[in-house]
Ligand binder design. Structure first.
Ligand code: ADP
Ligand code: MG
Length: 549
C-alpha cells in the first residue's frame, strides 16, 4: 500500500467526527454560537439522550438569508476578521461546527436578522432554503444525531448519563455567564432557568438551589500580570460557596476563561489553594469563576473541542486567582459555616499500627471538646473524636451492607433537596444502587429531588443531605471503590461533630470501639484518628531526662 492524499470530502468527514463526539458537544457548539451572536436569552430543549432531538433558540442578532445558507457549509465563519487567531474574542472561530453537526444529523436552522421575514435552511441529504416567520434570533434543531454513524451512536452511554453531561455543560454556561438567561428543558420538563440578571448568586440559586446561593459570597477583583514586558489586565468575577457546602468531587469548581467554561487544572488548583485550610482535605468547593484576560494572553486553539486553553503567564494568573479567592473568603461572613476543617500542625506523629496501643489506653480528659486525651504506656494519645467516630460508623456500616443491607427509615413528610442538574440526572441513572444503600428518592422537577426514605444504619437516621455524598460517590465512577467512598460519607453524617461534649463513659466507650476497629488509626477518608506524643518528647521539652522502663 502506498501513501496517498485523502480527498477533501474524506478529510472533512474525519474532522466532523472530531468535533461532534456526543450530544453534549452539539449543545455546547450551539450555545456558543448563540452567545457569540450576543444573545440575552438561550433556550435549550433536549429529548432523550439528545440523539433524538436538540433544539437551541436564541434572541441574538440572527443571520441574513445569504449568511444562513453559507453558515451550514464547512469552514465558513464571520468571526475571524483577518484570519488573525491572536485576536479572536469570540467563542467560535473555526467555522466548522454547524457543518460538522449537519454531517451527522438532520439539521434545520431558522434565523432572522431583524427583517420582516426570516429564513429556514434545512440540511438533510440536500440543503433547502425557504422563507420562514421568526423574530430576530436563531433556532437550530438537530434531529437523529448519528443516524449515519451507527458505531458512534452505539458507543454512547445510557440516555440519563448523556443528558447528565448536557446538563452539566449548560449549567457551566449558566453559572459563568449570569448576564444571559438560560433555560434547559429535558423531555418536556424544566430542568432549570436562570434570570440573566448578571448576578452570579441568582444563577447559582437557579442551578443549585437556595442553600448554595445563601451559603456563598461573590468575588470581584481586578489586577494585572506581566506578559512579556507588558502589563495585562486580569479581571476575576464569580461566586464562592462557603466551606459549609463542599462536595466530594471537584467538578463543581467551574472556571471560564474569556467567557468559555474550560478545564484548566492549574486554575482549579489555585482556587482550591485559595480556600486553604477551610476545606477538609478530601472535599471540594462549589465555585463559578469567570477569568477575563486580553486575547493575546490566551491560546484557545490547543484542543480539538476547545475544552481547555493555554495561558501565557499561567503561573502569575494562578497566583492572582489564589489571592483573590483567599481575600474574598477572609472578608466573607463564615460564621454560619459549620464543619470547618481543623488544621493540625504540631510536632505530633500519627500512630501507625499495633492494635494493643488502644487496648490499655486510659481516658484522662478532653480538650476543647474536639480531642480525647488518653494515657497509654509512654505515650500521650490525642484522639480526634469526630474522626474516631467516623471510623467506627464506617466499619459498622460496611458490615451492614455486606450482611443484611443498609436499613432505611421513611421520611414523613418526604424531604426535598435542591441538586445540580447533573445530580438530578444521576438520581435516575443510579436508582438501583441508591435503593440498595437505603435511599428512596425521585426527581421532582425544578432541580429538586424528593426523598422518601434515607439510610438508617443502627437506628441512626442519615440526613437527607447525605444523598449528595451518595450521588457524588456514584458519579465518580464505576470503580470498585465507590461503595467505600460512599459509606465513608454516610458514616460522616451521623458522626460526632467537633464541639460535641462527650460524657466520660461515652468517651471511654468510643475509645474502646475505636480500638476494636479493623483499621483504628485512620478515619475512612484517610486522615489520622490518633496522634501520639511520647514521653521522651515531653521530657525533652521540659529539659528533663526521660523516665525509663
Ligand atoms: P464558528 O462559530 O466557528 O464561526 P459555526 O459553524 O459554529 O462556526 O458557525 C458558522 C457561522 O454561522 C458563524 O460564524 C456565524 O456567523 C453564524 N452563526 C451560527 N450560529 C449562529 C447564531 N445562533 N446566531 C447568529 N449567527 C450564527
Ligand atoms: Mg460556532
Amino acid at each position: 500500500m502506498s501513501v496517498r492524499r485523502l480527498d477533501r470530502e474524506t478529510v472533512d468527514r474525519i474532522a466532523a467526527g472530531e468535533v461532534v463526539t456526543r450530544p453534549a458537544r452539539v449543545v455546547v457548539e450551539l450555545v456558543e454560537n448563540a452567545l457569540d451572536a450576543g444573545a440575552g436569552r438561550v433556550e435549550i430543549e433536549v429529548t432523550g439522550s439528545g440523539t433524538e432531538r436538540i433544539r437551541v433558540a436564541d434572541d441574538g442578532r440572527g443571520m441574513s438569508d445569504d449568511e444562513a445558507a453559507l453558515a451550514v457549509e464547512r469552514h465558513t465563519t464571520s468571526k475571524l476578521p483577518d484570519g488573525d487567531l491572536e485576536r479572536v474574542d469570540t467563542l467560535g472561530f473555526r467555522g466548522e461546527a454547524l457543518a460538522s453537526i449537519a454531517d451527522v444529523s438532520r439539521l434545520t436552522l431558522t434565523t432572522n436578522d431583524g427583517g420582516a421575514r426570516g429564513v429556514r435552511v434545512g440540511v438533510d441529504d440536500e440543503a433547502s432554503v425557504e422563507s420562514a416567520g421568526r423574530g430576530c434570533g436563531t433556532t437550530v434543531e438537530v434531529h437523529d444525531l448519528f443516524h449515519n454513524r451507527p458505531a458512534r451512536k452505539e458507543s454512547l452511554a445510557a440516555p440519563a448519563t448523556e443528558f447528565e453531561r448536557i446538563s452539566d455543560r449548560v449549567a457551566a454556561y449558566a453559572l459563568l455567564r449570569p448576564g444571559v438567561a438560560f433555560t434547559l428543558d429535558h423531555d418536556g420538563r424544566r430542568v432549570f432557568t436562570t434570570p440573566g440578571s448578571g448576578s452570579f448568586q441568582d444563577a447559582a440559586l437557579a442551578v443549585y438551589g437556595r442553600e448554595v446561593a445563601r451559603e456563598s459570597t461573590t468575588l470581584t477583583a481586578e489586577t494585572s500580570v506581566e506578559i512579556g514586558d507588558e502589563e495585562a489586565a486580569v479581571d476575576l468575577r464569580g461566586l464562592l460557596a462557603y466551606p459549609s457546602v463542599t462536595r466530594s468531587a471537584n467538578d463543581h469548581v467551574r472556571i471560564a476563561v474569556n467567557g468559555r467554561p474550560v478545564s484548566v487544572p492549574t486554575l482549579r488548583q489555585a482556587v482550591e489553594r485559595g480556600y486553604g485550610s477551610l476545606l477538609p482535605g478530601d472535599r471540594h468547593p462549589i465555585v463559578a469563576l469567570a477569568v477575563s484576560l486580553p486575547p493575546r494572553a490566551v491560546d484557545p486553539n490547543v484542543h480539538p473541542t476547545k475544552e481547555t486553553v493555554a495561558l501565557r503567564a499561567g503561573d502569575a494568573v494562578a497566583d492572582a486567582v489564589e489571592a483573590a479567592v483567599s481575600d474574598a473568603l477572609s472578608t466573607a461572613d463564615l460564621r454560619r459555616s459549620a464543619d470547618v476543617a481543623m488544621d493540625l500542625e504540631a510536632a505530633l506523629d500519627p500512630v501507625d499500627s499495633g492494635p494493643s496501643v488502644l487496648g490499655d489506653a486510659e481516658f484522662v480528659g478532653r480538650f476543647h471538646d474536639l480531642y480525647l486525651l488518653c494515657a497509654a504506656d509512654d505515650d500521650l494519645l490525642v484522639i480526634d473524636q469526630h474522626a474516631a467516630h467516623e471510623r467506627i460508623n464506617y466499619e459498622r456500616l460496611r458490615m451492614a451492607v455486606e450482611s443484611e443491607g443498609v436499613p432505611s427509615a421513611d421520611l414523613d413528610p418526604p424531604a426535598t433537596l435542591s441538586l445540580s442538574p447533573g445530580e438530578v440526572a444521576a438520581v435516575e441513572s443510579h436508582d438501583d444502587a441508591l435503593a440498595r444503600l437505603g435511599f428512596d428518592c425521585a426527581p421532582f422537577g425544578g432541580g429538586t429531588v424528593r426523598i422518601r426514605a434515607v439510610p438508617a444504619p443502627f437506628g441512626r437516621v442519615a440526613d437527607p443531605e447525605s444523598l449528595e455524598a451518595a450521588l457524588a460517590a456514584l458519579r465518580e465512577g464505576e470503580s470498585a471503590d465507590w461503595r467505600d467512598d460512599l459509606l465513608a460519607d454516610l458514616a460522616c453524617h451521623p458522626s460526632l461533630k467537633a464541639g460535641d461534649t462527650l460524657s466520660d463513659d461515652d468517651a471511654a466507650a468510643l475509645i474502646e470501639r475505636l480500638g476494636a476497629c479493623e483499621q483504628p488509626f485512620s478515619c475512612p477518608h484517610g486522615r489520622p484518628t490518633v496522634l501520639a506524643i511520647d514521653e521522651a518528647h515531653l521530657a525533652q521539652g521540659f529539659d528533663r531526662h526521660p523516665r525509663r522502663g
